[in-house]
Design a protein around this ligand. Sequence first.
Ligand code: ZN
Length: 284
Amino acid sequence: MAQFLIYKKTDMNRKTVSDIVDFKGVGIHSGERSCILVHPAEPGEGIKFYLKSIEIPASFEYVSNTVMSTDLEREGVTVKTVEHLLAVFHLLGISDAVVEFLEGFEVPIMDGSGYEFYMMLKDKIVDTGVYIEPIDLRGYVRVGEYGCYIEAHPSVSFEVTYKGNINYIDCGDIFTYKGDDPEDIVKARTFCYLEDVDTILERGYGKGGSTRNVLIIGKEGIHSEEGLRYPDEPLRHKVFDLIGDIYLLGAPIRGKIVSYNGGHSLNIELIKSIVKNLPAVKIL
Ligand code: ZN
């Protein structure tokens, strides 16, 4: 119990950024130019997006779409593809920040990974000294079915596993992030299969996608000048996405999460199930 208390006091304070950080680029699905500013916020404010004078809290309650990306909507205003920025906030422990859109409505895709967000934000973290209450899983939760499901188990730490087959790459089928080093996952880029590109475009997605910001995997190999950043990069990106989506809980979580072929929809379903079945229990 003593160790538990030390962990709580040293690692779980609310954090924000020391000054404004800007990111510019293109929205991967909208194809529109995008510019966002990450502002410092008061402890307890949480993460909020700000567009057209509307504040949209980074909460599962505002999720409006989970096809190809995780989008939030409030009062008719939508912000798209929030998951990579949220994953970096989660990994860095940033609990309070306002993300203002100066241009566009989709978080810029950057190089397809969270690396630029991570590199720009990691040296600007401010520990507010205010304790943040983690959400403590007190039981087993499962969502999904037929080989496509996510399980969450109680644990004293946060750990995420993705298990699933990746076509055309010999990279195994499982990756676990144990919270050791964010650089194990922040460089992993979003990916798709070459044979799906036409369908994705026909459905109106991926208008800002290119080999510069998407790892395209085909029968002949990888369509990316720099090749793979990790041998199992797609598996790591799936873990990265989950870490972003799960932050829509609004607080860090203690638990082990294992995703079997899951994606944004199941990630959000998992959050809703956690909230419904296992209300946050305060740790004394
Ligand atoms: Zn992603």
